[in-house]
Structure formats: C-alpha cells, structure tokens
Design a protein around this ligand. Structure first.
Ligand code: ADP
Length: 470
C-alpha cells in the first residue's frame, strides 16, 4: 500500500515562500526605510550612515539560509517518512505472513483434532469444555456446539460428580494421582448410559492460564472381553478344581480294588491257592496282572498331574545326591534293559559330593521315567548312556542318550502334551502318554527344567537341569 504523500507539498513549498516573503519584506524595507529615514532623520550625515548597502546582502543571505535550513528539514522529514513507510510495509508483510502461518497452523491442529480416533476435549481451570472434537462427539453423543461452554460434569455419571468436583478444586493436591496418568473411569453418554473409558488428563498453560486437555478412549469392548475372560477363567478354574477333586477321589477308589486284582492274580500265578495246571489260565492271569499294573500306573500318573494342576502337590525339597540316585535307578532297570537287549552305560557321572536341591522321591520318578523310555523306545542291541555335565556353576545336568528310533522334528512340539504317544500309539510298546508331561511339570515345580534333542532314526537325548547346592 502506497502511503499518502500529499501532506508533504505544503512543507516543500514553504521554504521558497518564506524566502520570497522575507525578500519582499526586505525590499520594501530597503525602499521604504530610506524614505522613512529621510523623513525622520534631518541630519544628512546621520542619514548617510544609517543607509547601508549591507541590508541587501543581509536579506539575501538570511533568505538563503532560511531556505537551506527549511529545505534540509523537509528532506530529513521526507527521508524519515520513506523509512517509516518501508518499515511499515515490512511490518505489514510480516503480519500478513504470520497471519497466514497461524491460519495454516490452526487448520493443521484442527485437522489433527478432527481426524483423531481418540476423543479429545479441552477444559478451562473451572472445568468448562472449550474443545470437543468429532471423536468426542461420537463417543459421548453430544455435538460440539452442545458440549462447548458446558461443565465437564455432563460427561460424568452423577454419583462420581462430587469426586470430580473435589479433584477440580484441588488439582495441586491430586495432580500426582490424576495428571498424566492413564486411568480407567466410568463416563456418561448424552443418553444417560454409563460406559468405561481410558482417560489421560494433561495440563497446559495458555496465556498464563492453566487449562487441561483430556484424551479419552471408549473401552467398552475391551472391558467386556476382560470380564468374559475373567468369568471364563473362573469357570475353567472351577471346572479344573472339580475335575481334580473327581480324579483324586476316583483314583483313590480305583486303586484299592486294583491293588486287590494285582495282588490276587500274583498270588494265583505263584500258586498260593494251589497250583494251576492249565498254561492258558496262567497266561490269562498274567494278562490280568499286567493290565492291572498298567492301569495302576496310569491312575498314579493322572493323580500326580491333577495334584500339580490343583496346586496341591506337596514337595519335600532337600539336598539330594544325584549320583546315588542315578546308580540306584540303573540297578533297578538292569533286568528290563537285559530283557530289551539294551545296554546301560554310565558316562561321566558327577562325584558323590555334588548335591542338588530337589524332592528326592519326585526326582527318582523323573529319572525312572526317562530311563524307562530310553530302554522302551530303543532298538534291539541299542545303548542308553547316562552322564552328567555342569553347564554353569549353579546347575547340574543329567543326559539320557539312547540309540532308539528317535523323534521326528514335527512331533517334538507335542512331546510334552498329555496322552500324546506320537508314533508309539501304533506300536505294542506299553505306555500311558503322560510320563513326559508329568516329568516336565515335576521338574518345573522343583525349580528345574527338562529338554530334548532328537534325530529321527538315530536316537534321542533327553536332559534335566537341577539347581546345584555344592
Ligand atoms: P509313554 O512312554 O507312557 O507313552 P511318555 O510321556 O513318557 O509316555 O512319552 C510320550 C511319547 O514320547 C512316547 O509315547 C513316545 O512316542 C515318545 N518318546 C518318549 N521318550 C522317547 C525316546 N527316548 N525315544 C523315542 N520316543 C520317545
């Protein structure tokens, strides 16, 4: 915008005018002063003295000086004006630029608010709603026009409003609990429905005034899934407890008659009630006994598993010498190994002095199971090697390495799944399919671990880790 310069014209003309007026008056004075002098002064000598040609010179010089001075003043004023005009123009440009950038920034922030999936509202320090974005409209059912200017308490269920008021009045006191801390709270929709939200409130200082921005997310779906999960978990736990109780009482009830069946068939085979002549009858009795034993083993394992699941397994953790246990188990299996034509080799075994922290009875159960498998699933003429290693100073590891048929890589992940006998299902090798599951659970309960590596057709290497004491 060009500034108005008309006001300068009178200023520019004035030096000339001043000089001319001054000169006219000077000339008049010179012309008439002589006449006046002549009329007033009678003495010709005095008159001559008073008349002087210097007057002309004085008038011209003075006029020139005045003109120069005035011209200079005007030139300065003009330069100052030009400068002011330039500054003005640059200021105006900066204001225009700033306004444009503010407008761009505002539309950017507006776009963020409009497109945010989170409900965003801002409040002044009295809790009056100042911003209410579209997501907030969707969540709460109010339009932004309806919500802005209202107290935030319209979004709060009636019974929680008093608590909220206390928070608003004592924000300093409660800032640690509510400010910048995501919380799950109950909110209220326009139609009066209460629903759960996750809310984070943050303070902001705008023009020396504290305001609050609240980010909210409707968590109705999540809460209902959580509730369903909690109910499902409680139901599953209840069912599991009922199952464990059932198993435990059933197992108890079954074991007594089973022990009688095994005991009587044993006595009959041994001829306690008179010699049995018929070979076929003896064979039937042997079947009854081995079936009874198998059933008893299954019942005992199921009982142990249900005890662990119910958290009712009682452990007696003490110092155990694994070396002694290994020798004991190897001796126990010597007959079975011979029957299967498998040789048991003792590799490097930890010295007697090494002790681990375990329940001796349960550790023996694990060792027996792993050795039994190493023999059962071995090949005719195969080997089972038992050895120890110390992977670190706090752990003792026992390896059971066999030369059996091994386990396919795809089956390894199902190895510890209860009742999964893998390919043994199709063989006549006796088993229940829960021995390894039980070993794993027992080792974990005792603070140890179990693992396996296997190559199909070549053999398997099971290992157990135990916490070392010395
Ligand atoms: P069970 O021996 O009573 O069937 P386990 O839980 O002890 O049950 O073992 C589960 C399955 O894992 C077995 O049926 C068998 O197929 C496989 N398995 C276990 N140990 C070995 C092993 N040393 N070599 C090959 N397969 C094994």
């Amino acid at each position: 915008m060009r500034p108005d310069t008309k006001f300068l014209k009178p200023i520019l003309l004035s030096p000339l005018k001043v000089a001319m007026i001054y000169a006219i008056f000077g000339v008049l004075w010179i012309v008439f002063s002589d006449t006046a002098l002549h009329a007033v002064v009678q003495d010709p000598d005095l008159e001559a003295k008073l008349q002087t040609g210097k007057g002309w010179f004085f008038i011209l010089v003075t006029a020139a000086l005045i003109y120069g001075l005035t011209y200079n003043l005007v030139a300065n004023a003009r330069a100052a004006h030009d400068q002011i005009q330039a500054v003005n123009e640059s200021l105006e440009q900066r204001v225009l630029d700033r306004t444009a950038s503010l407008a761009a920034r505002e539309s950017y922030i507006r776009a963020v608010l409009d497109h945010s999936a989170e409900a965003i509202i801002t409040l002044d320090n009295r809790g009056i709603i100042e911003t209410f974005n579209p997501a907030a409209c969707e969540v709460f059912g109010y339009s932004s026009d309806e919500a802005i200017g209202q107290s935030v308490s319209i979004l709060i269920p009636e019974k929680s409003r008093s608590v909220h008021d206390v928070y608003m009045q004592n924000t300093h006191q409660y800032s640690k609990t509510i400010i910048n801390k995501p919380r799950d709270v109950v909110a209220r929709r326009k139609d009066g429905e209460n629903f759960p939200i996750k809310i984070t409130i943050s303070p902001m200082i705008i023009e020396n005034e504290t305001k609050y921005v609240a980010l909210m997310h409707d968590i109705t779906t999540r809460k209902s899934i959580e509730e369903q999960l909690v109910t499902a978990k409680a139901n599953a736990e209840g069912a599991n407890r009922a199952k464990s109780d059932f198993l435990s009482s059933m197992s108890h009830e079954l074991r007594t008659p089973l022990n009688a069946i095994i005991g009587f068939s044993d006595s009959l085979i041994g001829g306690v009630f008179g010699k049995i002549e018929n070979e076929a009858h003896i064979e039937y009795l042997a079947h009854i006994r081995s079936s009874g034993e198998h059933l008893l083993e299954l019942i005992n394992e199921i009982l142990d598993l249900s005890r662990i699941e119910a958290g009712k397994l009682k452990l007696n953790i003490e110092k155990v010498s694994p070396c002694d246990l290994i020798h004991e188990c190897v001796n126990l299996f010597s007959d079975q190994a011979e029957k299967h034509n498998v040789s048991i080799e003792l590799g490097e075994i930890s010295p007697n002095s090494i002790q681990v922290s375990m329940d001796e009875r349960r550790l023996r159960q694990v060792l027996l199971n792993l050795m039994s498998n190493g023999i059962k699933y071995n090949q005719n003429g195969g080997r089972l090697n038992v050895s120890c290693e110390e992977p670190d100073e706090n752990t003792l590891r026992i390896y059971f390495t066999d030369t059996g048929h091994g386990i396919a890589a795809k089956d390894l992940e199902n190895l510890f799944v209860p009742f999964n006998r893998l390919i043994a299902e199709e063989t006549d090798i006796p088993g229940t399919g829960i021995g390894l599951t039980l070993c794993k659970r027992l080792m974990e309960e005792m603070g140890g671990e179990i693992g396996v590596e296997s190559i199909e057709g070549k053999g398997s290497k099971f290992w157990i880790d135990m916490p070392r004491i010395s």
